[in-house]
Design a protein around this ligand. Structure first.
Ligand SMILES: [Zn+2]
Length: 176
């Protein structure tokens, strides 16, 4: 079990006086490990976005066509509502402290809605049925009134979201 007494970053033996739980020889190696994990996380997210864009490209193309067919002429974007069991929670979600959000194509935007022109594929945290809401193309982009009937659709992929103000597990089964 000699490995457990070596720094996991540089491989140097750990000094005898370090704690048994220690994994790094010094602060420098520990910071390096944190940095590495962060980079891996960024890479993982990028790969995850890429995977979704490829795997669901046909679904996205179909959804784009449906959106354009359903959208009123003055629509500039759309939002997707998830019924949490208690309220409708809208995506994209921008927390009060958050100025920018990232799109599936990894660009940064301040828009609190997904863009119609150019088409921005949605990012949602759960494979579920979402209510489609169009917003006007002119700031401050108010919601447009519903057309003849409400439109719900199932998004077949999910991407992790940080800090949602509700429990995803509480979303009723009939919405999945
Ligand atoms: Zn080290």
């Amino acid at each position: 079990m000699e490995d457990s007494f070596r720094c996991v970053v540089c491989g140097n033996p750990l000094a005898n006086k370090t704690k048994l739980s220690a994994r790094y020889c010094d602060r420098g190696c520990r910071n390096k490990a944190i940095d590495l994990r962060r980079r891996q996380e960024t890479l993982r997210r990028r790969n995850e976005n890429e995977r979704v864009l490829q795997e669901f490209s046909m679904w996205m193309a179909g959804f784009q066509l449906d959106l354009l067919r359903m959208a009123p002429a003055e629509a500039g974007g759309y939002r997707l509502g998830l019924w949490t069991g208690q309220m409708m929670y809208w995506f994209p979600s921008l927390l009060p402290s958050q100025v920018y959000r990232q799109t599936l194509h990894r660009t940064r935007t301040q828009d609190p809605f997904f863009s119609l022109h150019p088409f921005e594929p949605p990012i949602v945290p759960l494979v579920a049925h979402y209510k489609v809401q169009f917003v006007q193309n002119i700031p401050p982009h108010p919601d447009l009134p519903e057309s003849d009937k409400a439109w719900w659709l199932k998004v077949p992929y999910a991407l992790p979201h940080r800090r949602l103000p509700f429990n995803l597990k509480a979303v009723p089964r009939e919405k999945r």
